[in-house]
Design a protein around this ligand. Structure first.
Ligand SMILES: *[C@@H]1O[C@H](CO)[C@@H](O)[C@H](O)[C@H]1NC(C)=O
Ligand SMILES: *[C@@H]1O[C@H](CO)[C@@H](O)[C@H](O)[C@H]1NC(C)=O
Ligand SMILES: *[C@@H]1O[C@H](CO)[C@@H](O)[C@H](O)[C@H]1NC(C)=O
Ligand SMILES: *[C@@H]1O[C@H](CO)[C@@H](O)[C@H](O)[C@H]1NC(C)=O
Ligand SMILES: *[C@@H]1O[C@H](CO)[C@@H](O)[C@H](O)[C@H]1NC(C)=O
Ligand SMILES: *[C@@H]1O[C@H](CO)[C@@H](O)[C@H](O)[C@H]1NC(C)=O
Ligand SMILES: *[C@@H]1O[C@H](CO)[C@@H](O)[C@H](O)[C@H]1NC(C)=O
Ligand SMILES: *[C@@H]1O[C@H](CO)[C@@H](O)[C@H](O)[C@H]1NC(C)=O
Ligand SMILES: *[C@@H]1O[C@H](CO)[C@@H](O)[C@H](O)[C@H]1NC(C)=O
Ligand SMILES: *[C@@H]1O[C@H](CO)[C@@H](O)[C@H](O)[C@H]1NC(C)=O
Ligand SMILES: *[C@@H]1O[C@H](CO)[C@@H](O)[C@H](O)[C@H]1NC(C)=O
Ligand SMILES: *[C@@H]1O[C@H](CO)[C@@H](O)[C@H](O)[C@H]1NC(C)=O
Length: 605
């Protein structure tokens, strides 16, 4: 009895502690030379490292995230997927929730961990993800949280191992890299008037190499429809589709000058011997939990671990009904938590990260190593490993056989089950397209979001300004209403085709309730459901913080997400491809204009 009382007390004490902790996390940003993939350039380091250090929290913690910027330009830090419940001033978007952090300046973000799961933090001024400002963020669930893990096995022994793995996951950041800085890259776009997308390498936890493949292999890996479009020409030696085939991407309305693209950007592949990330797993654990985070600036990779099927059991930090998958496609900003059984002979297994979109044939590699070690988070780096494990995918991210199981994105049902309201109170139809230049993208359909909009008078602090009340760049909603956002991809002379747009919504998550081809020519979802009920799922839709429109070549398409307005503030809605964001593809959601927050004294500007 005494024992039991004691343990109950201990548990309570632990729970109380984990619910009340104040966590201070301090980062210092510097602009230095670095060579993540073997070639040197100027880049952002966070506390002297790249990627930034992991922030690990318990559910309920109060966080003080202190940023000291020694960067030679303005910056800010955003916590991707963190809802910022009641703290809209800590969301990290210059012009919306704060003034930018100027060179030499500091800023303290304060928020409470009201969610759990895998997230990440990253720079949110201009295109600074391309310069390396990002790091992983884990919030551990409170004790006693219901999980879907028992759906992975019927064996109690296995389940115990799976639960242990879930409590101590390994977060893995997948990113892309170029030898130009984000500003140089944008300058190349503006000078050539092209929407550029060719990059140098893919990184795993900030490590990788420039991999150059023989032209014959690249040609062989080029998908037949693209080969046909290229009409006798080929992808570059970097695996890049030229940025100019009109039928593929470039707007017909704008003249471009490909000679203004700096040499080496689209072609001129020079291999490097960079570093290789090794992720250690201990086979005695039986299972490992690996959380993939896409910190990609432009690319859309598929990830796999040779010979290791995965169970995907959380997306964007929230549990789902587990789904089997040998390969997972990740759009920019997304997270997928994978449970992996460690039942293969001890050795090295290649982790493959390969771009799967038509823009570029490019892959990066890392190693999953079985090692009896207590240092599960000891990430060692050596040269490119020469493991002989059997792949699921090739260098272009395509399955090598028909029995490879890709993650079925239509089956990401929230756990525990949750669903949106059956009808919405308001509908906003956005028209995605090009506006005025090949590199300029619009989210609203009628305006580009200027990079430095409201920097001196952030919207959160000035909700009543004329600009805030009258702008095609602002969606205004009332608190405690349900809102539908229809993302309509428009094809026209400016954009005869469009790549996928991974749109990220700040603050709380939303349900992806419908998608279809063609034009959404209805006034709202209720009306559409009467005509095309098969295009909607209101019972088990996935709950996410990003929503991707499909890449379209032949005709328009649309996707609808529905969310509950619960957290008044000025929130960003934007394409997470960094070049599209800097090209104007963003809007602001003024959520809860009828219940606008009072700004605490310390955040007044
Ligand atoms: C567990 O057992 C049930 C009932 O026999 C079966 O339907 C299910 O597929 C099993 N689950 C797993 C993960 O083996
Ligand atoms: C690529 O090579 C494989 C194996 O040699 C061959 O079967 C396939 O037809 C080739 N594909 C193309 C598009 O050339
Ligand atoms: C393909 O290339 C050939 C030869 O250069 C040219 O005559 C033809 O017009 C091109 N076709 C298209 C559809 O661009
Ligand atoms: C990379 O290393 C290999 C083996 O050490 C060597 O043969 C090759 O020349 C190196 N390549 C470069 C680009 O340094
Ligand atoms: C690294 O390994 C991969 C897969 O084995 C290979 O395709 C790539 O060329 C290698 N890169 C270097 C720089 O050796
Ligand atoms: C990391 O792992 C390597 C090899 O597995 C080992 O030699 C090294 O001592 C470990 N470092 C730490 C800090 O544990
Ligand atoms: C990849 O999978 C698809 C079906 O999912 C199949 O049609 C295709 O043949 C597979 N690719 C190869 C190379 O087997
Ligand atoms: C905005 O206007 C409303 C209604 O007139 C007022 O209640 C509110 O205090 C104003 N907010 C700010 C920040 O000035
Ligand atoms: C709102 O914007 C439109 C278009 O920019 C303009 O014509 C109109 O005068 C503006 N209204 C107010 C009240 O500022
Ligand atoms: C493309 O240019 C034509 C001719 O100037 C113009 O009529 C049309 O509106 C433009 N389309 C777009 C989408 O910009
Ligand atoms: C909507 O578009 C579809 C074809 O995309 C067409 O069949 C239908 O008649 C249109 N409905 C309305 C209300 O315009
Ligand atoms: C906004 O609505 C949510 C949901 O009803 C509610 O919990 C919250 O307190 C409201 N916020 C304000 C500031 O009224």
């Amino acid at each position: 009895m005494l024992n039991k009382q004691f343990s109950t007390f201990a548990l309570l004490a632990a729970a109380t502690r984990s619910l009340c902790a104040n966590v201070r996390f301090e980062i210092s940003l510097t602009w230095e030379k670095g060579a993540p993939d073997g070639q040197s350039r100027d880049m952002i380091y966070t506390n002297g490292q790249f990627p930034g250090p992991q922030l690990t929290l318990d559910y309920g913690d109060d966080v003080e995230f202190v940023v000291h910027s020694h960067l030679p330009f303005d910056t800010s830090v955003h916590f991707h997927g963190i809802e910022q419940s009641g703290t809209p001033w800590s969301d990290g978007v210059p012009g919306l929730s704060q003034k930018p952090i100027t060179p030499g300046g500091s800023f303290i973000y304060k928020w409470t961990a009201t969610q759990y799961g895998t997230y990440w933090y990253h720079g949110h001024a201009r295109g600074q993800i391309q310069d390396g400002l990002y790091g992983p963020l884990l919030i551990r669930p409170p004790p006693g949280t219901q999980t879907p893990l028992s759906q992975i096995t019927n064996s109690s022994k296995e389940l115990a191992a799976i639960r242990r793995a879930d409590r101590d996951p390994t977060l893995v950041l997948l990113s892309d890299w170029d030898h130009l800085t984000s500003e140089e890259y944008q300058a190349a776009e503006r000078e050539s008037n092209l929407d550029l997308f060719c990059l140098d390498s893919l990184l795993v936890n900030g490590k990788g190499s420039v991999n150059c493949q023989p032209q014959a292999l690249l040609n062989n890996l080029t998908l037949p429809p693209l080969l046909k479009l290229l009409n006798g020409t080929f992808v570059s030696d970097r695996g890049c589709t030229p940025p100019t085939p009109k039928a593929l991407d470039e707007g017909l309305n704008f003249t471009s000058d490909i000679t203004k693209v700096p040499p080496g950007l689209n072609d001129g592949c020079k291999p490097t011997n960079g570093t290789n990330e090794i992720i250690l797993v201990d086979p005695r654990d039986g299972w490992a939990s690996i959380h993939w985070i896409s910190a990609m600036s432009v690319k859309t990779p598929v990830v796999s671990i040779d010979e290791h099927p995965m169970y995907i059991y959380a997306v964007d930090g929230a549990y789902i009904q587990p789904q089997p998958a040998d390969t997972v496609l990740l759009y920019n900003g997304e997270r997928y938590s994978a449970m992996v059984k460690l039942d293969k002979p001890a050795g090295d297994y290649t982790i493959r990260v390969a771009n799967q979109a038509a823009d570029q044939i490019l892959a990066g590699f890392a190693t999953l190593r079985y090692a009896k070690t207590h240092h599960r988070h000891n990430h060692t780096s050596t040269k490119n490993s020469t493991s002989t494990s059997k792949p699921y995918i090739n260098y272009a991210g395509v399955n090598v056989s028909a029995d490879v199981v890709p993650l079925d994105l239509t089956k990401l049902k929230p756990f525990p089950a949750s669903a949106p309201a059956p009808t919405a109170d308001a509908t906003h139809i956005l028209r995605f397209g090009r506006l005025g230049a090949n590199w300029a993208w619009t989210l609203s359909g009628s305006a580009l979001y200027p990079e430095n909009r409201d920097f001196d008078a952030p919207l959160l602090f000035n909700p009543n300004s004329t600009a805030a009340k009258n702008s095609s760049l602002i969606i205004r909603t009332k608190n405690d209403t349900w809102v539908d956002i229809v993302m309509q991809v428009v094809l026209n002379e400016a954009a005869p085709a469009q790549p996928a747009h991974p749109v990220h919504k700040h603050s709380n998550k939303a349900y992806i309730i419908g998608a279809g081809n063609g034009v959404f020519n209805y006034t709202n979802v209720a009306e559409a459901i009467k005509v095309i009920p098969e295009s909607f799922n209101l019972e088990t839709p996935s709950l996410r913080d990003s929503f991707t429109t499909p890449s379209v070549l032949l005709g328009p398409a649309w996707v609808v997400f529905r969310y509950h307005v619960v957290n008044p503030g000025a929130w960003y809605l934007h394409c997470h491809i960094q070049t599209h964001l800097t090209g104007g593809m963003a809007m602001t959601m003024m959520d809860g204009v009828d219940a606008w927050p009072e700004i605490p004294e310390e955040y007044q500007i």
